[in-house]
Design a protein. Structure first.
Length: 146
């Protein structure tokens, strides 16, 4: 089973059972942001996390094995057309250079890791319209001279 087939099976089971990513993540014992990414094929889970997740969804061991497989991270589109994903491209397009400048000013020449990394997505209620709060937390990795 490949990651695309795995993702389709997980999404169908999630919908059929009326489960949330939060509930599925609790079964796996990991953060919902990471578990969602793994279920969408962009990360992997260890067996001890994959098996309870699959059990919660009522799926077979082939899904657990697919969740444990290391992903090939690639994108099929240059710029996605989904409005939520497109807005992230817009944020990076408008603020990417600003983020880079401020990271370099505060830390030096380097990057923020997307491997030693966490993400949290929260909802902030606001009378003027609810707010999406996204926290990205990555280790700073300095470039080395040799």
């Amino acid at each position: 089973m490949n990651k695309v087939e795995m993702c389709e099976a997980i999404m169908q089971a999630k919908k059929a059972k009326g489960l949330t990513w939060e509930t599925i993540a609790k079964a796996a014992g990991l953060a919902p942001e990471y578990v969602t990414s793994a279920c969408l094929g962009m990360n992997h889970l260890e067996k001890e996390n994959a098996d309870p997740l699959v059990e919660k969804l009522g799926l077979g061991p082939e899904i657990s094995r697919a969740l444990q497989a290391f992903p090939h991270k690639k994108w099929d589109q240059m710029v996605p057309t989904d409005p939520v994903i497109y807005r992230w491209y817009e944020i990076v397009g408008v603020y990417g250079e600003t983020i880079k400048e401020l990271i370099h000013e505060k830390f030096g020449d380097g990057i923020m890791s997307a491997i030693d990394f966490t993400m949290k997505i929260d909802k902030e209620e606001n009378p003027a319209g609810d707010r999406v709060v996204v926290t990205l937390n990555g280790k700073f990795l300095p470039y080395k001279s040799w």
